[in-house]
Design a protein around this ligand. Structure first.
Ligand SMILES: [Zn+2]
Length: 163
């Protein structure tokens, strides 16, 4: 018996976010602060519905755009990195790694519940937020959901969730 699968994917030009970050690696190394023009895409797999859709493109684009807009023009910081401390004091955010210290206006930062702001973990974060939006707003649970985060041309990480 042949089998069939349907996917939909959105990777529009506006699913970009221009953000600052730095990551820690090899336990005792830390990148210099820098930024990327990230681009995200979201792909869903599910059976066709009564409209012969996997999922409404317009609704999926709206979710993906709202989530990427939240990250745009922000300094992305991890709350779950044992090597990086992030402390908010009034309108000032102080970030420390060993003897290095950065200070940012609070409104320029977004602290994410992840261990490191790698493209991989950003993709997982966006996928989990997308799944929540799909469930809460559309009572929809795909069979699989994949988010790709490209941090520069030809350099991307993908996270795939499966039911
Ligand atoms: Zn980077």
């Amino acid at each position: 018996m042949p089998s069939e699968q349907f996917h939909v994917r959105v990777s529009k030009d506006y699913l970009v976010f221009c953000s600052g970050h730095f990551i820690t690696y090899d336990a005792d190394k830390c990148e210099c602060l820098h930024g990327h023009n990230y681009r995200a895409s979201v792909e869903l797999r599910a059976p066709l519905d009564h409209n012969y859709y996997v999922f409404d493109f317009i609704a999926l684009k709206k979710i993906a755009r709202a989530l990427t807009d939240e990250l745009d023009h922000k300094m992305l910081l991890p709350s779950g990195n044992p090597l990086i401390s992030v402390v908010t004091e009034g309108r000032k955010m102080t970030v420390n790694y060993k003897d290095r210290e950065w200070q940012f206006p609070v409104e320029d930062c977004l602290v994410l519940p992840i261990a490191n702001t790698t493209a991989e973990l950003l993709a997982r974060y966006l996928a989990q937020r997308t799944l929540r939006e799909l469930e809460e707003k559309h009572h929809f649970r795909p069979e699989t959901l994949a988010v790709e985060v490209e941090e520069s041309f030809g350099q991307a990480a993908t996270y795939t969730w499966a039911r």
